[in-house]
Structures are given as C-alpha cells and as structure tokens.
Design a protein around this ligand. Structure first.
Ligand SMILES: *Cc1c(COP(=O)(O)O)cnc(C)c1O
Length: 397
C-alpha cells in the first residue's frame, strides 16, 4: 500500500503552483529576454516585469513604483534594515526590533550593532505578542527604524502592527515589517498598517524560491546595499530574475482572488487539528496566541519528548512537519522564539510546527490526528524523560 504523504511545512516553503510553473517555464524557454535590452525580446521581458510589479502592488494596496524586486525575504529584510540605517545615519543610529524576529532581521540588526548602531530587542508575552506601549517607550530622538514582523513564522502569532505603525508615524520613525508569512495567506493593506517598508517572499506563496519583493513607501529615505547597474530604480542592482518575478506576480494575483474562500477553510482545518491534538494527547500545550494566529499555523509542545525525534517518526509515517524554523532545525538549541515567550526548556524541546497549505484536505487532518497520538505514545514509552505512572495526567493547556 502506498504511504499517504501529508506535507505540513508550508511556512518553510510551498510547492510552486502549476499555473505559476507554466508561466515561469515560458519566461525561461521563450520569453527569455533581458528586461534592460532595447530589442523586442527585452521589451517583452520589461513589460512582463512591470505587469508583475502591478500584481504584487495590488495584493497589498500599494502603488507599482513602491515595489522593488529582490532575491527573497532575506534580501528584502537586509535592504530595508541596512538601507534605512545607512541613509538616515545622520538623523540617528537607534533601531527597535523584537526578540522573536526571523534571523534575516535579527542578524542584520546584530551586524549594524557591530558597526556602531544601538538596537533595542523588545520582549514578548507568553503568547508571543509585542506590546505597542513597549515600542512607544523605546523610541528616542535617535530612533530611525522600528522593525517588527507581521506574524511569527514559528508560532503564528499575529503582531499588533497597525497600532505599532500609528505609533511610528506619530514619532516620525520608519516602520518596517517582515510580512513573509502573511502576504498570500491573509489580506494585507499597507495603508491600514501605516507601514513604510514591507518584506515579501515568493516561495512562501506558491511562487519559486529566489524571488521576493520589498514594499517601500514613496518618499522613504533608503540606500542601496547591492551596487552595480541601475536596475530597480538604482535600489537593487543585478539583471532581473524575470521568470521568478512574473511567477511571483501571477501568484499574487491568484492569491488575491482565492483568499476570501481559502482563509476561512484553512482556519477551520487548523482549529480541527489543534482541538483534536489537545483532546487526544496528554501533556501537550499550544504555542502562540489562540485567536491572533495565522490561519495555517499549528505549533504544539509535547512534554518529555524531543521534537526532532517526533519529526523523524512523523516523516516515516509520511508527514512533513518541522520543529521551530527550518533554519534552526539541525541544531538542538531550542528556538529563540519559544524561549523569548518564556517556555521552559522541557516544553521548548518538544515543539512541533505543522503549517497547512492551500491544498491541505480534511483527509490530511484526519490522517495526522490518527498518527500523531500513536507516535507520541510510542516515544514517551521509550523515553527516559517520562515519569513512571499508570495514567498520563490531564491535558495542560
Ligand atoms: C522564510 C522567511 C524569511 C526568508 O525568506 P527567504 O525568501 O527564504 O529568504 C524571512 N522572514 C520570514 C518570517 C520567513 O518566514
């Protein structure tokens, strides 16, 4: 019998959807021009890039000229943070961020710290929420940039970015948000959030790896961090990744069309998975905020279990999940996000993230709910960490 395959790691990456793959293929095989060339091949590539810019802008309520294409979320985060820091260093050298950011943000901030900038790393509460009042209190006359993610990639908590955006606007401080996990998963509007810079990645929204975008509000003072030709209005040198860009554009248009149907469906699948796990497995807790949560994110901790061991067993059963973020798995340190949320080590080590995708079905969830309790029980029976007792205690939430 064929093993059932259930991919629940869409926060790490998504499959390229077939409409997008077809488009990408056409722009590799036929419409292969350099968008800077003056001939027919080049003009067609240029038109396609500009159409894609409009599609990305439309999804987030921006104007086309406010979108810069990059190689992905990591580059967009680096351009936003280092670019704003460099262009505004005469105004001040203070940046505010949080302890639960993606490493693309945290390590860019640490780099600037070594170069003489001051960085404030705000704490989060037990659900992973940043307190907007903490942002307000941390702002000084030296502050030039606040960078707080829109939703956390590990625990799915959605941050109060609209409130933070208002506070930044009041204080005349630039606000950047890493929205990689949100754009394509939930409706986003840059005017509602009052954000100045926003990071998007293609491969988290059914487009290829190696393409992304940075929204930059008109009038924002920002410097380039990649020098060369005058591509992307001089902000990002390098021949445009035309196939990736057109693929990302189409993925944005399709997401915009499908979100009204997809979001409620994913939320209900997510809730069925969460409720099923909490009801059938003892000594388990949900990580992240119960309601302010990405529609596709489930993150749970099993006490007395090593998350990595659970992942391997799930993989043998055909289920692809992750522990913490893909970037940190492989190391046995617990996730910086869970530790910042105050999760004790014994819980943080046993965390598993399952992230649903647009093609996840009811049957997929049924299968996980059948396999997971069995795998957890087996691991606990084998584990020296499990206290000896006849019955498991009641659920701890
Ligand atoms: C995946 C991810 C990134 C990095 O994006 P890449 O396109 O893989 O470089 C940045 N931030 C968040 C929140 C992510 O989930």
């Amino acid at each position: 019998m064929d093993l059932r395959k259930v991919y629940l790691d869409h926060a790490a990456t998504t499959p390229v959807r077939s409409e997008v793959a077809e488009m990408v293929s056409r722009f590799m095989l036929e419409e292969f021009g350099n968008a800077s060339s003056v001939h027919n091949w080049g003009r067609r590539a240029r038109e396609a890039v500009e159409r894609a810019r409009g599609q990305v802008a439309s999804l987030i309520g921006a104007r086309s000229e406010e979108i810069v294409f990059t190689s992905g979320g990591t580059e967009s985060d680096n351009l936003a943070i280092k670019g704003v820091a460099l262009a505004n260093r005469e105004r001040g050298r203070h940046i505010i961020t949080s302890r639960i950011e993606h490493h693309a943000v945290l390590h860019a901030c640490e780099f600037l710290e070594e170069e003489g900038w001051k960085v404030t790393y705000l704490p989060v509460d037990g659900d992973g929420l940043v307190d907007p009042d903490d942002v307000r209190r941390a702002i000084t006359p030296e502050t030039v940039l606040v960078t707080i993610m829109m939703a956390n990639n590990e625990v799915g908590t959605i941050e109060p970015v609209a409130e933070i955006g208002r506070i930044c606007a009041e204080h005349d401080v630039y606000f950047h948000t890493d929205a990689v996990q949100v754009v394509g998963n939930l409706p986003v509007d840059v005017e509602e959030i009052r954000v100045d810079l926003m990071t998007i990645s293609g491969h988290k929204m059914y487009a290829p790896k190696g393409v992304g975008a940075l929204y930059i509000r008109k009038g924002t003072r920002i410097a380039s961090v990649l020098h060369g030709g005058a591509h992307e209005r001089g902000l990002r040198a390098g021949t445009e990744n035309v196939p990736g860009i057109v693929g990302m554009g189409l993925a944005c248009e399709l997401a915009q069309r499908e979100l009204p149907e997809r979001v409620p469906r994913l939320r209900s699948l997510r809730d069925r998975l969460i409720d099923g796990i909490l009801a059938t497995i003892p000594d388990v807790r949900l990580n992240g905020h119960r309601e302010r949560r990405l529609p596709n994110n489930v993150n749970v901790s099993f006490r007395h279990i090593e998350g990595e061991a659970l992942l391997l067993d799930l993989d043998l059963e055909g289920i692809g999940a992750s522990s913490g973020s893909a970037c940190t798995s492989g190391s046995l340190d617990p996730s910086h996000v869970l530790l910042a949320m105050g999760l004790p080590y014994e819980w943080a080590h046993g965390s598993v993230r399952m992230t649903l995708g647009k093609d996840t079905t009811d049957e997929d969830i049924d299968y996980v709910l059948e396999v997971l309790p069995r795998v957890v029980r087996r691991l606990r029976d084998m584990s020296p960490l499990t206290p000896i007792r006849k019955e498991y205690p009641r659920n701890v939430h």
